[in-house]
Design a protein around this ligand. Sequence first.
Ligand SMILES: Cc1cc2nc3c(=O)[nH]c(=O)nc-3n(C[C@H](O)[C@H](O)[C@H](O)COP(=O)(O)OP(=O)(O)OC[C@H]3O[C@@H](n4cnc5c(N)ncnc54)[C@H](O)[C@@H]3O)c2cc1C
Length: 395
Amino acid sequence: MAGDPKIIVIGAGILGLASAYHLLKSGRRDLLVIDRLQGAGRGNTARSAAAYRDMFSSELNRRLSQGSIAVYEQIQKETDIGLKRIGYLWLKTAEQMRQSRASLDAMARAGVEFETLEPQQLRKLLPEMRAGSMVHGILGRNCGILNPNLLCRFYEKGIMASGGRLVYGAEVTGFTRNREGLIFGVKVGEQILEGTVVVAAGVWMGATLRLAGLQAPVVPRKRQLFSISAKEGPLRQLLHTKGFSAHNLLPFTILPGDAYLRPATAAFILGFANPDQPPGLEDQPEAERDFFVQRIRPQIEEYFPPFQGAAPEYAWAGHYADHPADSHPIVDRVGGAIIVGGDSGSGIMKADALGRIAAGLYFGMDRVELGDGRPFQVGDLGLKNRRLAPEELVI
Ligand SMILES: Cc1cc2nc3c(=O)[nH]c(=O)nc-3n(C[C@H](O)[C@H](O)[C@H](O)COP(=O)(O)OP(=O)(O)OC[C@H]3O[C@@H](n4cnc5c(N)ncnc54)[C@H](O)[C@@H]3O)c2cc1C
């Protein structure tokens, strides 16, 4: 860590990496990314389902993901980041369909690519679904899955190629301030490093800012994923459902009760963002068998009987960095530091855009261009005078 960097990014998760990458692309050279873990993306980035979608009720959230997806699709053409545009399939009851009508109309007006499927159309596409199911479908087209480790590797390489430095296994334990009392450096053990600080500490944003006596409106909430083998039999057949995308895979599928199935290699990853989960940060979060048996499997087997009695091969847990006020991310200055986070479970799909906005804030820009060429007002993700309608589609 010799030599003071001019920008110090705390956190080598996807948001810290994308921010560092865009700061360097915009002309900075002296930048250091610090993470207490032993490599990039080993916090919640590695624990995610790593699915992406541009279907959000909020226009701002849509623009963040559309801008990022455009970049990820471009990267995939040159470097494998495991991106597969397999679509998102929401299964909805007739009543839920009626309730979704207004946001679907708004998305259609905004040019989001999706189609609605009547129960009989859906049954043709998905013969494995329980006979007699009267659910409707919403199929998002500009949606899919990617590999978060490979995406981190892409940004990490870009940071190194632009002269940025990454230090792993180093924990920020405090901050230093300049004469105006603003944060202008970090303490790492005995060492003090001076420069503009970017806090991209994910669910540890609150704990990190507390070191400077500051608060963040970000709340950690436990989330769990369970992997079910689909190497053979009816689950394999369901995984390789034809007709939805060129990949001949079942789309990322969300059930009426909000549990979801995420296709993976010879497996399904099952999850459910339990709305009753109280906020809280566990040191070593573990997936709970009871949660799978009582809350997830019953939802899934109701529609897909091959999951009856299915047991996870492995399972893991992490946390969403929820921003309960409106479920939109935050990019702002707090106490002199730039903070990037509060992504409420959709940080990977918005990371490239958030990195550009963080860089724009550093350079004092009002507007930045996102990866799809569209402009974004940097102040729109600030905390001051923020009046965003809460996002309705948090999964
Ligand atoms: C179960 C689950 C499923 C998810 N599914 C999806 C999905 O399908 N699609 C999607 O887009 N998102 C999903 N997410 C959310 C996604 O994982 C996050 O939005 C994203 O990883 C946030 O990235 P980050 O860089 O902010 O956080 P992290 O990846 O957690 O990185 C923060 C880093 O900061 C470091 N750090 C913290 N404090 C310090 C300190 N004091 N000193 C040094 N280092 C520090 C940590 O070690 C960590 O590496 C999911 C999350 C979970 C838990």
